[in-house]
Design a protein around this ligand. Structure first.
Ligand code: PMT
Length: 221
């Protein structure tokens, strides 16, 4: 879209994947490259929005004219998100957030000991940032958009996730070891709490981003 239909709006986008450290050397992570979130940030800026990009471990150049806030863990992303959304019209959670983190952080590198079996890694739940942002809107009428990375039954799981998270829109993409993560293209279904179901065919991540902003713009007061 060449229209500056997001002019005067502040949008917050999260991108990349959180890393949950086990020790100073290792972490639990995921395959998100940040490309989809960066495409959302760049296209929103092109449509006139003021954009805050919460970037989790992405190795990508800063999009022009976008405020980039770097975070690493889910807890850091939550802090940054709660701060950024205070005056936001829209928040889009495209980051892949770890549902769990190691219960304990070892301040020194975990060593292997000859003849001793490794200890299992205990995990604890991370807060659900999207659910929290949806339940406690920082502003009346603030739109909250989630993404859902599904490996099977994408539509059914997406509908259930939309209801559970309480967001306005959920962009459901089918991921796999060789699908979506790190690639330049994506296909998705945009589900609305209002019943909308928009199928976006495979194409550049910027094209999907623009379709998401179309749906957002149509719902902004
Ligand atoms: O970065 P790329 O390589 O371009 O890949 C893009 C992508 C596949 C990462 C992206 O398109 C995507 O699907 N992002 C969401 C990944 C994800 O975490 O999905 P989920 O189904 O686990 O989570 C659903 C939603 O809840 C997401 O909006 C997520 O940001 C949010 N969430 C999840 C867990 C948690 N503790 N807090 C959250 O806010």
């Amino acid at each position: 879209s060449l229209e500056r239909d997001l002019a005067g709006r502040h949008v917050v986008v999260s991108a990349g994947g959180t890393r949950e450290p086990l020790d100073p050397v290792r972490f639990l992570g995921n395959r998100s490259s940040g490309k989809q979130g960066y495409a959302l940030a760049a296209t929103a800026a092109a449509r006139g929005a003021r954009v805050t990009l919460l970037s989790a471990n992405a190795e990508l150049p800063d999009p022009a004219g976008v405020d980039v806030v770097r975070v690493s863990t889910a807890l850091q992303l939550r802090e940054a998100a709660l701060k950024a959304v205070v005056d936001a019209d829209v928040v889009v959670m495209a980051a892949a957030v770890a549902d769990f983190r190691p219960a304990e952080y070892a301040s020194g590198k975990i060593k292997k000991v000859e003849g001793v079996e490794p200890a299992p890694v205990a995990l604890v739940r991370n807060p659900d940032i999207l659910a929290e942002l949806s339940a406690h809107r920082a502003r009346p009428g603030q739109l909250v958009v989630g993404f859902a990375a599904e490996t099977d039954d994408a539509l059914a799981n997406g509908r259930a996730k939309l209801a559970r998270k309480g967001c306005d829109l959920l962009v459901v993409n089918e991921v796999g070891e060789t699908k979506v993560f790190g690639r330049d293209t994506n296909a998705a279904v945009v589900l609305g709490a209002d019943g909308a179901e928009v199928h976006v065919p495979d194409g550049p991540k910027e094209a999907l981003a623009d379709r998401v902003w179309d749906e957002v713009a149509a719902r902004l007061a």
